[in-house]
Design a protein around this ligand. Structure first.
Ligand code: PMP
Ligand code: GLN
Length: 375
C-alpha cells in the first residue's frame, strides 16, 4: 500500500547522483557552486559560539520576522504585521507543503501550471485533493482562458510560480490582470504564489503577488533564502499569508517542524542588515549572458530566460531521442548533467528541451560549455 503510488524519486536527486557517479559537470539540480558571501560565513562563525542553539519561537526568530517585513516593504511597498502574517519555514518546500496541507481538503481541486516544479503535487495528493494540470502556452505564458474554464466551485487553489522554474518566464502586468479577473469571479479560490526566484530577474522587473492589493486576503507568497543568498542547503524560507489563513498554516507547521534551525535564522537576520538583495540579479544576468556566449557555437538552441538561474535549451538539432535518454547520454558520453523538461509535465510532454543551471563559477561554465560545444 502506498499513499503516493505515482510519486518517484525527484529528477534532481536522480540527475545529481548520476552526475556524481560519472564524474560529470553538474548543471542539473539547481544550486550555486561558488563561495557564499564571507560576511555571512563570518556571522555564522561568530554566532556559533553564542547562545543560539536552542528552540526559537514557532513562527520564527522575532528580529528575522521584522526584517522580512522590512524586505517585503522595501521590495514591494506592502506593509506586513511580522508577528501574525509571516512564518519562517524550512525552505520553500516546507512552506508549500504546510500551506497545502492546511488549506486544501478532500476532493478539492488545485490548478498547477505545467511545466511545474515538483513539490506541488505530493501535498495535494496527500490532502486527497485533485491536481488539475494545465499546460502553459508554447511561449510559456499561462493560458488564462483555459484556466478560467477549469475553475469551478471545487477549485480551492491556483499555484503560480513566478519567476518560473524551469522556463525562466516571468509574469506580466497583463497576466496579473487576467488572473485577478478570474479570482474576483471565484472568491473562494486561494492563490499560492511561489516566488523563490523573486530577486533573480533580468530585463523585466519581477511583479510580485504582494502588489495585488485586491487578492491579499487570500494569497500566500512563498520565498526562499536558499535562492536569494546562495545557501540552498540551509533550507530556510518564509511565507506571507493573511491572518485567517496563517492561523491554519501554523497548525500544520508546528507539528511538521515546530520551529526552524536557530543558527541559520539568527545569521540570516544579522546578514539582512548588511546585504542588498538588489545586487543579485546583476550577478546572475552576467552568468546567463556568459553561458549563452559560451554556447554560441554549439548546436543547442537557447530559449529566452527572463529570470531564475536556469537556461532551457533545445537539442533537436543534435538528436531525436527523448529528453530523458538524451540527458542520460549527456552525462555518460559527454560529461555534463542537465534536467529533462518532460519531467516537469504531468503528461510527460517531451519537446526535446533540457534545463541547465548556470549558477556556477565561470570556470565550471567554461568547462561545461567546451563539452557541450563539441557535441
Ligand atoms: N519552488 C521552486 C520553484 C524551486 O525551484 C525550489 C527549489 N529549490 C523550491 C520551491 C524549494 O525551495 P527550498 O529549497 O527553499 O525548499
Ligand atoms: N529547486 C532545485 C531545482 O529546480 C532542486 C531542489 C531539490 O533538489 N529539491 O533544481
Amino acid at each position: 500500500m502506498s499513499k503516493l503510488p505515482n510519486i518517484g524519486t525527484s529528477i534532481f536527486t536522480i540527475m545529481s547522483k548520476m552526475a556524481a557517479e560519472y564524474n560529470a559537470i553538474n548543471l542539473s539540480q539547481g544550486f550555486p557552486n561558488f563561495p557564499v558571501d564571507e560576511r555571512l560565513t563570518d556571522i555564522v562563525a561568530t554566532l556559533a559560539k553564542k547562545e543560539v542553539h536552542q528552540y526559537l519561537p514557532m513562527a520564527g526568530y522575532a528580529p528575522l520576522l521584522s526584517k522580512i517585513a522590512v524586505l517585503v516593504q522595501d521590495s514591494y511597498g506592502r506593509i506586513l504585521k511580522p508577528e501574525s502574517e509571516i512564518l519562517v519555514t524550512a525552505g520553500a518546500t516546507q512552506a508549500i507543503f504546510a500551506t497545502i496541507q492546511a488549506l486544501v481538503d478532500t476532493d478539492d481541486e488545485v490548478i498547477i501550471l505545467d511545466p511545474s516544479y515538483d513539490c506541488y503535487e505530493a501535498p495535494v495528493l496527500l490532502s486527497n485533493a485533485k491536481p488539475i494540470h494545465i499546460a502553459l502556452n508554447d511561449d510559456y505564458t499561462p493560458n488564462w482562458e483555459t484556466i478560467e474554464k477549469v475553475c469551478t466551485s471545487k477549485t480551492k487553489m491556483i499555484i503560480i510560480n513566478n519567476p518560473h522554474n524551469p522556463t525562466g518566464k516571468i509574469l506580466t502586468e497583463m497576466d496579473f490582470e487576467a488572473l485577478q479577473k478570474i479570482l474576483l469571479k471565484f472568491p473562494e479560490i486561494i492563490l499560492l504564489s511561489d516566488e523563490v526566484y523573486e530577486y533573480i530577474t533580468f530585463e523585466e522587473k519581477h511583479i510580485s503577488a504582494h502588489t495585488r492589493s485586491q487578492l491579499l486576503n487570500r494569497c500566500i507568497v512563498v520565498s526562499s533564502f536558499g535562492k536569494t543568498f546562495h545557501i540552498t542547503g540551509w533550507k530556510v524560507g518564509y511565507l506571507v499569508a493573511p491572518e485567517h489563513l496563517m492561523k491554519e498554516i501554523k497548525k500544520v507547521h508546528q507539528f511538521l517542524v515546530f520551529s526552524v534551525n536557530s543558527l541559520s535564522q539568527v545569521a540570516i537576520s544579522e546578514y539582512l542588515d548588511i546585504v542588498s538583495v538588489q545586487e543579485i540579479s546583476g550577478m546572475y544576468q552576467e552568468k546567463r549572458d556568459y553561458f549563452s556566449h559560451l554556447l554560441k557555437n554549439s548546436r543547442f538552441k537557447l530559449m529566452p530566460c527572463e529570470g531564475t538561474y536556469f537556461q532551457v535549451a533545445s537539442y533537436s538539432a543534435i538528436s531525436n531521442e527523448n529528453d530523458v535518454d538524451f540527458c542520460k547520454k549527456l552525462i555518460t558520453k559527454h560529461g555534463v548533467a542537465a534536467i529533462p523538461i518532460s519531467t516537469f509535465y504531468a503528461d510527460g510532454k517531451d519537446l526535446r528541451l533540457i534545463r541547465f543551471c548556470f549558477a556556477k563559477d565561470n570556470s565550471t561554465l567554461e568547462q561545461a560549455a567546451k563539452k557541450l560545444c563539441s557535441i
